[in-house]
Design a protein around this ligand. Structure first.
Ligand code: NAD
Length: 469
């Protein structure tokens, strides 16, 4: 097998493969493929002990065919410019696949969060936000960051506060970043959105009886075994919803190693064990491994890599036993491993579709910030009263009483989180059906189909702008 290439080259290879199924001109395809702008920065950080360290960071805006651009910020010791560009590129395609009207972007700071105190992390996050603001690389209509690996609501709140203190246009400033805590203009349901979206996508994939038959599986999630690598934001929530949906968790990989138990364990018990002992290793009744990657090779129906890219390579792909791989992380499967697994008939639900739940709900958060009103605030009471009136009319006509429980359930009106979750579910179901239909029509795997879909939608956008014939 050939030597693995860089993440960016892998994304480019996937793009080129899909582009071959389209009939757009070479110039337009190049415009869609290339990363438009990258800001590479180095800035000083004063450590708590008084020493000064230089921090490397990037923000890449891949495509401005729709504005703002959008994408997470990752804190990782191995992040580099190429990776940030690759992730920004994936964001452009991801947004197109789930019809979120944004271009793609991504940011990265080259640090291991475990090596810095909270005050140091705050200082460097604020400095990064300052750099972005000064160079016009952030703003509600320009570029809107979000959490990614190593960042969360706390970092987003620091970025908002820094941006707020610098902007001359405070009215819509809340929309300069998403994934904020709810009290800081965030939206309910955003934290769990990527994992929940992964669950919806995997559930959809498992719902097609003919696709499952080809894998030797029965339709539905119920009773299917799964393994998750990474118990962070994406992996934890994906595992939680899959468990709720009837799937059985049999393996977990984290940075300290992995555990596996063929007849399954409960996610909550693993979390509890880790909280008590500081590690998932040694979980009662499970086999423990020193390496997290070993978990990828254990027996299961569905494998959910949800930690980092480049985890499934040509080296370990021959030992992967899962029939379905649901890519929670970005780029967990290298291009060569992807080709090998596809050849073997493994169904890969690609990252570019499967983890789009985060950006979908980020879009809802951005809309909420710009409209300055919580979803459901204007209509919840009205809906509730309307349904109550209908129920009373039904009771009067039928002469039968509807139980208090049923009345309460039917007439409650949608809350913000109900609307967010239903918007997310609809988005994931629709995008899966669209991607699957292209895969069937063109005879491709799901990843190529998702890329074809993205390329066609972005090309349409450029054509409609009159930039390309
Ligand atoms: P996170 O920081 O919340 O979680 C990552 C988890 O992986 C952590 O628990 C960490 O300890 C664990 N981990 C680190 N090294 C590991 C290793 N070698 N083996 C196993 N586990 C390891 O990050 P996240 O937000 O969950 O992001 C995970 C992936 O999902 C990334 O690829 C990210 O780009 C992608 N993603 C995240 C979002 C989002 O909304 N957070 C959206 C789309 C895609």
């Amino acid at each position: 097998m050939s030597q693995e290439v860089s993440f960016l080259e892998q994304v480019d290879r996937m793009f080129e493969k899909a582009a071959g199924y389209t009939n757009h001109s070479a110039g337009l395809l190049r415009q869609i493929q290339m990363c438009n702008s990258t800001y590479a920065m180095e800035f000083p950080l004063q450590r708590d002990d008084g020493t000064i360290e230089t921090i490397r960071a990037w923000r890449a805006e891949h495509s401005q065919h729709k504005l703002p651009t959008k994408g997470g910020i990752r804190y990782a010791s191995n992040v580099n410019e190429d990776e940030v560009k690759a992730l920004a590129t994936l964001m452009t395609y991801k947004c197109a696949i789930v019809d979120v009207p944004f271009g793609g972007a991504k940011g990265g700071i080259k640090i291991s969060t475990r090596a810095y105190s909270d005050t140091e992390l705050q200082r460097l996050t604020r400095r990064y936000a300052y750099e972005l603001t000064r160079k016009n690389f952030i703003g509600p209509g320009i570029d809107v960051p979000a959490p990614d690996y190593g960042t969360g609501g706390r970092e987003m709140a620091w970025i908002l506060d820094t941006y707020n203190s610098l902007t001359r246009e405070p009215l819509d400033a809340l929309a300069c970043v998403t994934g904020k805590p709810v009290g800081q203009g965030g939206i309910r349901g955003r934290t769990e959105a990527t994992g929940r979206g992964c669950y919806f996508g995997i559930r959809e994939a498992c719902s097609y009886a003919d696709d499952m038959e080809k894998l030797g599986l029965t339709p539905g999630l119920q009773g299917k075994t799964f393994i998750v690598q990474g118990l962070g934001n994406v992996g934890y929530h994906a595992a939680m919803y899959m468990e709720e949906g009837g799937a059985i968790l049999v393996g977990v990989g984290e940075y300290e190693g992995a555990i596996y138990k063929a007849d399954g364990f409960k996610l909550a018990d693993v979390i509890d064990h880790r909280a008590k002992t500081g590690s998932i290793l040694g979980f009662p009744g499970a086999e423990s491994f020193e390496s997290s990657k070993v978990v990828l090779e254990q027996d299961c129906d569905i494998l959910v890599p949800a930690a980092l890219e480049g985890q499934i390579t040509t080296e370990n792909a021959p030992r992967v036993k899962a029939k379905i791989i649901g890519e929670g992380a970005n780029g967990p499967t290298t291009a060569d491993a992807d080709a090998y697994l596809a050849e073997r008939g493994v169904m890969i639900i690609p990252d570019v579709y499967l983890n789009a739940g985060g950006v979908t709900v980020s879009y809802f958060e951005w809309l909420r910030n710009l409209s300055h009103v919580r979803f459901g605030r204007m209509n919840r009471r009205f809906e509730s009263t309307t349904v109550t009136n209908i129920l009373e009319a039904v009771e009067n006509l039928s002469g039968k009483r509807i139980s208090e429980d049923d009345r309460e359930r039917l007439a409650q009106g949608a809350t913000e989180v109900d609307l967010v979750n239903s918007g997310l579910e609809e988005t994931m179901i629709h995008a899966y059906a669209e991607t699957r239909a292209i895969a069937h029509d063109r005879g491709t795997d799901l990843r190529t189909a998702a890329f074809i879909n993205a390329i066609d939608k972005i090309a349409k956008s450029y054509t409609e702008m009159g930039i390309w014939p």
